[in-house]
Ligand binder design. Structure first.
Ligand code: ADP
Ligand code: MG
Length: 250
């Protein structure tokens, strides 16, 4: 579903991604863990073209998004193709990024109407089903400022799902939440996992990584240090930096 090869990204003189190669299969759930500043968010943002890469290659569902030619020039496919390919990925951010001037329901139906050109009457039944699924139908007419952080994040998940993505990217979806609100968001994500959604999840929730992810990827200083099946990752972390990180999380 996702394949990256030797993805490199600099911000000025700062090398943020130093050659990241990753493969995510259909139905796979991968957790990316690692210290703050290691490039996890940047990597997710490169996948759906919120950032451009400087070198390397990204394929999404077998279609090339960007590749580097022999002369070292990084070439994206044309803009309309970029949009079509990236629309297959839904993204959920740490800080929800809901539209504050729209109700929960309006947040969910906005992109299907403006991006996909769907009619309101056609998206409404689907929005109702999605809001029921994340337990927010009774909050449909509330504005984001009037619901809890956990409810905001569940609304953000429903909004991403309304575009019918094949892959969901999560960037620390519970990090901005009070501890007592993380459970409801993790439960919603677990439900998606049970439905075999392909998911790439940046998280500090080690229990989620251990119990829900198939694969755990440890990133540090712009590189993947270790990537293994979740059970093995926690039982037998090989790299010294992985072990040090896991100990720091206890
Ligand atoms: P993580 O998500 O693992 O905490 P990030 O991808 O957010 O790491 O950041 C990796 C590094 O890139 C950090 O040093 C951060 O300061 C830097 N960085 C991220 N975004 C930008 C940007 N837009 N401009 C300059 N530096 C950035
Ligand atoms: Mg981050």
């Amino acid at each position: 579903m996702i394949e990256t090869r030797d993805v490199r990204k600099n911000f000025g003189a700062l090398e943020v991604l130093k050659g990241v190669s990753l493969r995510l299969e259909k139905g796979e759930i991968a957790a990316i863990i690692g210290p703050s500043g290691s490039g996890k968010s940047t990597f997710l943002r490169c996948l759906n073209h919120l950032e451009t890469i400087d070198r390397g290659r990204i394929d999404i569902e077998g279609e090339n998004l960007v590749a580097t030619d022999q002369a070292g020039a990084c070439r994206y496919v044309r803009e309309s193709e970029v949009r079509r390919i990236c629309a297959r990925m839904g993204m959920v951010f740490q800080h929800f990024n809901l539209f504050p001037h729209m109700t929960v329901l309006e947040n969910v139906i906005e992109a299907p109407i403006t991006v996909k050109g769907m009619r309101r009457a056609d998206i409404l039944p689907k929005a109702e089903a999605l809001l029921n699924k994340v337990g927010l139908w009774d909050k449909r007419d509330s504005y984001p400022s009037h619901v809890s952080g956990g409810q905001k994040q569940r609304a953000a998940i429903a909004r991403a799902l309304a575009m019918e993505p094949d892959i969901m990217l999560f960037d620390e979806p519970t990090s901005a939440l009070d501890p007592e609100l993380t459970g409801e968001v993790l439960r919603t994500m677990r439900q998606l996992a049970d439905e075999r959604m392909t998911m790439l999840v940046v998280t500090h929730e080690m229990a989620f990584a251990r119990e829900v992810a198939n694969t755990v990827v440890f990133m540090d200083q712009g590189e993947i240090i270790e990537s293994k099946p979740a059970v093995e990752f926690f039982k037998n972390p090989e790299h010294r930096r992985t072990r040090a990180f896991l100990e720091s999380m206890l």
